[in-house]
Write a protein that binds this ligand. Structure first.
Ligand code: AQP
Length: 325
């Protein structure tokens, strides 16, 4: 069984990225072969500052390590350093119907958000993601809910390639966490927590205690007083309960009982304390790693070499089947 997943270096990672994706990765690296990528080529499909990109890549590498990825147990590397990703993207593009790309939710949402930046790269994003996944003959793709549709498309592309040219790819399966697949913004609980949205709606993995407290106390709640899980009627409190449950390991029902008769302020204070304590080891580890730039670079270089061996072999098969060699 091989696992593949990635994160865009578009800003500080948040607890949504952690609960939706990284937390599963950490469990999976103990059980099976894992390949994790910093997907910088995906990051340039939305507006970005070229002068900050290298620093953002380094930040994500440090975040991966600080959150618990173990380079002895998984491969991790920077996407643009393994050229096979872009070559396979081109080849897969020739069998991907335009209509499939145009109906992708993320394309529609990001096109609406960045009206001045609706580029062919944004449209082709899912083909690059399919190439990322299929190059490693991946079985499982642990991601948050927002990426499920893209993994579905990767399956469709794999099937079509195998049928047209002969068997090369596996059909990858998405792995979503049972809870936490979509952590919502603290300010707009109808929208997902996102790196590039309102920073007040998002708890960074390395936020300082004062910031965490301020953001949680200012989180939008709902009418009424009860701490009850009901995403339709009480989206704000339900999102906070989900976060509480995932960081404490306590079930939602247990938390409802614990906070019965208490108000939102008590609940939020307790959640802020829990998050400050839970994220403390991440902050500490990150501070250490910031001093070890050479070590981080070596890990990425080693990851690149290991990833490339697999990627080259798959691309060779693909080109042979397509009559290109
Ligand atoms: N709110 C979320 N809840 C659960 N999972 C989430 N993920 C993202 N947001 C949430 C998961 O994190 C992984 C990495 O995401 P990404 O960086 O590749 O891109 P994204 O989905 O576009 O994340 P952001 O934070 O919203 O970034 P920006 O603002 O740059 O667009 C994925 O597995 C994703 O599902």
């Amino acid at each position: 069984m091989r696992v593949f997943s990635g994160i865009r270096p578009t800003g500080e990672l948040h607890i949504g990225n952690y609960l939706g994706a990284i937390k599963q990765w950490i469990e999976l690296q103990e059980k099976t072969e894992c390949v994790f990528c910093i997907v910088d080529l995906h990051a340039v499909t939305t507006p970005y500052e070229p002068e900050n990109l290298q620093a953002n890549i380094k930040d994500v590498a440090i975040a991966y390590l600080a959150a618990g990825l173990n380079p002895e147990k998984c491969i991790f590397f920077v996407q643009s350093e393994v050229k096979e990703h872009t070559e396979l993207t081109w080849l897969l593009g020739t069998i991907t119907p335009l209509g499939d790309l145009q109906r992708m939710t993320q394309f529609k949402e990001k096109s609406k958000k960045h009206k001045e930046y609706v580029n062919a790269g944004l449209l082709n994003y899912p083909i690059l993601m399919a190439a990322d996944i299929l190059l490693y003959k991946t079985d499982l793709v642990p991601v948050g809910k927002d990426q499920e549709q893209h993994v579905e498309l990767a399956r469709t592309i794999a099937r079509k390639f195998n049928k047209t040219f002969g068997e090369v790819f596996k059909e990858p399966k998405v792995v979503l966490p049972k809870i936490g697949a979509k952590i919502m913004s603290l300010q707009k609980p109808a929208k997902k927590m996102s790196k590039t949205d309102d920073p007040r709606g998002c708890i960074g993995l390395f936020d300082e205690p004062e910031e965490i407290e301020k953001k949680i106390l200012a989180a939008v709640t709902d009418t009424g007083r009860a701490i009850r899980y009901n995403p339709k009627l009480k989206p704000g409190i339900s999102n906070l309960l989900t976060i509480y449950s995932l960081f404490s390991g306590k079930g939602i029902k247990e938390l409802e009982r614990k906070f019965k008769g208490k108000g939102y302020a008590d609940f939020k204070k307790s959640l802020a304390e829990l998050l400050i304590n839970s994220l403390e080891p991440f902050r500490r580890k990150r501070k250490e790693l910031l001093q070890r730039e050479v070590y981080v670079k070596e890990i990425l270089a080693k990851g690149q070499k290991r990833a490339q061996i697999i990627a080259q072999s798959t691309l060779q098969d693909v080109k042979k089947k397509m009559g290109l060699t």
